[in-house]
Design a protein around this ligand. Structure first.
Ligand SMILES: Cc1cc2nc3c(=O)[nH]c(=O)nc-3n(C[C@H](O)[C@H](O)[C@H](O)COP(=O)(O)OP(=O)(O)OC[C@H]3O[C@@H](n4cnc5c(N)ncnc54)[C@H](O)[C@@H]3O)c2cc1C
Length: 658
């Protein structure tokens, strides 16, 4: 094992240790377009009569988890699902607004499976795996058919065909939508399919239960330790396989567009039990969010990217221009995205649009309080199509903006600024979506699989549903077919009992700290460090500082945290404390990952690695790999396993959207 430390005495402690390379051994040797068919044919099957004897735990009831539960339940497996919300249908997926991509090419505008595949690889700045992304593009069309069959009310054109619109980073219209509530409508479809299985007795849902640990027995994932959030009781659930569909970890930044409860606990606990965590520093900053309005804000609101179809983004040409937007004449406005990127204009990918907004604000041309905003102006389209037509497409987004800001977007342009939104990193999975812990599968935003260093808009819903409806049911069946049901396992097994005791001990330890500071004050401070130093722009010096600050704050957390109440009751401060404790550990790994990746790619922008025009400059010679991190124990440097990325169907190029 080699280390990356430089000098012995005065050098900082080593950041990480080098591990052996990791490879995906599950994608079959076949031409790219035939890999998935080949895998499906080669995968083992479980006969219908045997399925009712096989059990699966699914943690998460968002689009990924609900679609998986519905499909596995329909197939006849015994599924037990968990979520921490009071209802499965309140999973964070419900917040998704703008749409879902699919290579249907209804518009005959040049779309195809290959183009969706290509756009996704390029959009991700050549840091995702070809085989997974190609399969995603192949499966995309079937998702729309499935949703339509469930009655999801996608927008339609006059002729009856489903309507589409464009999202960033593409030049075709492949995004299907249901006004600005696509996630909600898709989730209702998946949820009702899941509820059908609840009625049929194949799926059991435990709402208000939080997974606190993974149970690993004889090297295989065999269950979870959960806490009943109402009674505080610690419970053990065992099964033949475990699926994590627990969403992303953007809330490590405290302020993000994610639901307040979104957290990393399930995947982080699995990481500590042996699952590698891939590319943790790849986070997405979304360009069109309502700007921060005060120190005590705890949540940011997204204005859907779909608004960039018709909205024009601009700032005044002159720094310090404080006139009302309507008083600034056309020739004194800088439509900077249209100027810098004429081919894609306002629809450049999110990482590019976010950095451009930061740049104009840094130059003193930002608008609104603190100069941290740019205008998203729909004046042209309102004039061209009329208010009714615009309201039809974006009405709920206009209402939402007005309610939050108190400003009328029909009268003056919206103000937007980038905010943390999505995490491309997550648990490492192979082509079968199986982690490095056998029997532990990871789907949806919780895995790292398809989006490389930058996710294209409307591709998360596509991935979550592709994983849950179409991929997992095949690959999980293969796993079960290869691992026949073992003799009964129960809570008395030493590994199971130890996991339950450790979970209880951790809660007790949190309660016993007995300090003065609230969980939220620690979380806010942690988020501030991460946003400033591991956010939209990262430097070696800033990341080193962040590492030190995160470690110091974590120590303070474990000595000065104050939680009132008990573990044997509803205790939201205790719930949040457990999540924040895990965010601290994750934050450290994110900084190490960002520090070791001395290149810019997608959402990971290292100031030391940029082109003359200030664009992200990759270093394919040194960094064309997935960084998969192994947990080496408390206080020990993590171990880096590299998965080399090989491109056969696309050529790695410097991205250009000009
Ligand atoms: C405001 C907003 C708008 C978006 N709009 C779009 C869009 O238009 N198009 C698009 O493609 N993407 C969009 N996205 C991204 C997309 O919504 C998410 O990536 C996607 O919904 C994630 O789905 P998921 O099923 O993986 O996880 P989630 O929907 O986040 O579900 C996670 C589930 O896991 C459960 N869970 C988590 N941890 C635990 C635990 N420890 N114990 C028990 N249960 C647990 C939760 O209860 C929940 O049920 C948007 C995101 C945001 C924030």
């Amino acid at each position: 094992m080699t280390t990356h430390a430089s000098a012995p005495s005065s050098a900082p402690p080593r950041l990480f240790a080098e591990g052996s390379p990791i490879v995906d051994s599950k994608a079959p040797e076949a031409p790219l377009a035939e890999k998935w068919d080949t895998r499906r044919f080669e995968a083992g099957l479980v006969s219908p009569a045997n399925r009712r004897r096989r059990s699966v735990i699914i943690v998460g009831t968002g689009l990924a988890g609900a679609s998986a539960a519905a499909t596995l339940g329909e197939a006849g497996y015994r599924v037990t699902s968990f979520c921490y919300q009071d209802s499965a249908r309140r999973a964070h997926s419900i917040a998704a607004q703008g749409g879902i991509n699919a290579a249907k090419d209804y518009r005959n505008d040049g779309d195809s499976i290959h183009r969706l595949f290509y756009d996704t690889i390029k959009g991700g700045d050549y840091r995702s795996r070809e085989s997974n992304v190609y399969r995603l593009a192949q499966v995309s069309a079937a998702i729309i058919d499935q949703a339509v069959a469930q009655g999801v009310p996608f927008a339609r054109e006059y002729g009856g065909l489903l309507d589409t619109r464009s999202f960033g980073g593409v030049q075709v219209s492949r995004t299907f939508y249901a006004r600005g509530q696509t996630g909600q409508q898709l989730l209702l479809g998946a949820y009702q399919a899941q509820q059908r299985q609840v009625a049929a007795g194949t799926v059991t849902i435990h709402a208000r239960h939080e997974m606190l640990d993974l149970v690993v027995v004889n090297g295989r994932a065999r269950g979870v330790i959960v806490r009943d959030l109402v009674t505080g009781e610690i419970e053990t659930q065992l099964a033949d396989a475990v699926v994590l569909a627990t969403g992303g970890y953007s809330n490590v930044f405290y302020l993000s567009t994610n639901a307040m409860g979104s957290n990393v606990t399930a995947t982080w606990r699995a990481h500590r039990k042996g699952a590698l965590f891939a590319n943790p520093c790849f986070t997405q900053i979304h360009p069109t969010c309502i700007p921060v309005s005060g120190d005590y804000q705890s949540k940011l609101t997204l204005m859907s990217e779909s608004l960039r179809n018709d909205g024009r983004i601009w700032v005044p040409k002159d720094a310090g221009d404080e006139r009302e937007p309507g008083a600034i004449p056309e020739e004194e406005r800088d439509y900077y995205l249209e100027r810098q990127y004429p081919a894609f204009g306002n629809l450049v990918p999110r990482d590019v649009a976010s950095r451009a907004a930061k740049e104009v604000c840094d130059a003193g041309r930002g608008v609104g309080p603190g100069g941290r905003g740019v205008y998203l102006d729909l004046g042209d389209v309102i004039e061209r199509l009329g208010r009714a037509a615009v309201a039809e497409k974006y009405g709920n987004l206009f209402d939402m903006y007005q309610r939050i800001t108190g400003e009328d977007p029909w009268q003056r342009p919206m103000r937007i600024y980038p905010a943390v939104h999505y995490t491309m990193g997550g648990l490492w999975v192979d082509y079968d979506l199986e982690s490095t812990v056998p029997g532990l599968f990871v789907i949806g935003e919780a895995n790292f699989s398809d989006h490389g260093a930058n996710r294209l808009g409307a591709s998360a819903l596509m991935q979550g549903l592709a994983d849950g409806y179409f991929v997992l049911p095949i690959t999980l069946a293969h796993y079960l077919s290869e691992h026949p049901a073992e003799a009964d396992l129960d809570g008395s097994h030493p590994d199971v009992a130890a996991a339950a005791e450790a979970a209880q001990l951790r809660l007790d330890t949190l309660l016993e700290v007995g300090g003065q500071r609230s969980v939220d004050s620690f979380h806010r401070q942690l988020g501030g460090i991460m946003w400033e130093k591991c956010g939209m722009e990262r430097s070696a010096a800033g990341l080193q500082e962040a590492l030190g600050e995160v470690r110091a704050l974590r120590e303070e957390f474990w000595s000065d945290l104050r939680i009132t109440g008990r573990a044997e009751e509803l205790n939201q401060a205790l719930e949040r404390a457990g999540r924040v404790a895990d965010f601290f550990e994750l934050a450290e790994l994110m900084c190490i990952d960002a520090l070791h990746r001395e290149e810019s790619c997608g959402g990971h922008f290292r100031v030391e690695s940029q082109t003359e025009d200030g664009e992200a400059l990759r270093d394919d010679e040194r960094f064309a790999y997935v960084a998969a991190w192994e947990y080496a124990g408390a206080g020990r440097p993590p171990v880096l396993h590299r998965e080399e990325l090989r491109y056969e169907a696309v050529e790695m190029k410097q991205r250009s959207y000009t």
